[in-house]
Write a protein that binds this ligand. Sequence first.
Ligand SMILES: [Zn+2]
Length: 114
Amino acid sequence: MAKKLTPKKNNTYSAEKGELAMIEGIIEGSPDAVGVAVIRYDCGCRKMAAVNKSGEPASEIIMYRDHAESICDQCKEDNGSYMRMIKQFIYWNTPEPDEYTKKMIIDKVLGTEQ
Ligand SMILES: [Zn+2]
C-alpha cells in the first residue's frame, strides 16, 4: 500500500504562484517597498499593497483574482470586506528588514492580533 504523503508543516505563510507573480510586480513598481501586505478573501480574491520601511503604503491598493479578468461581484460590492478576510500576511522583499522593523510594520499594517 502506498503511503500517504503528509504535507510539510509550514508556519510562515507562503505566497501561491499567481499571488507571487503579482507581489513581484508590485515590488518592482514600488522602489520603496520592503514588502507587500496580502489579504486573502473567502471568495478567492486578494488585496495587496506595498509597504515601506515605516509601515506606510508604498503603492496603490491592488485587488485581483487569479485567472479572472476582474474581482468577483461580492468584492465589487463590498470592496473586500474585513468580515470575509481569511488570511493576511506580509510578504517580505529580500533582503528582509530586521525583526524589530518587521514587527513594527506588522503591528502597524495588520494590527496586533497577528
Ligand atoms: Zn471576491
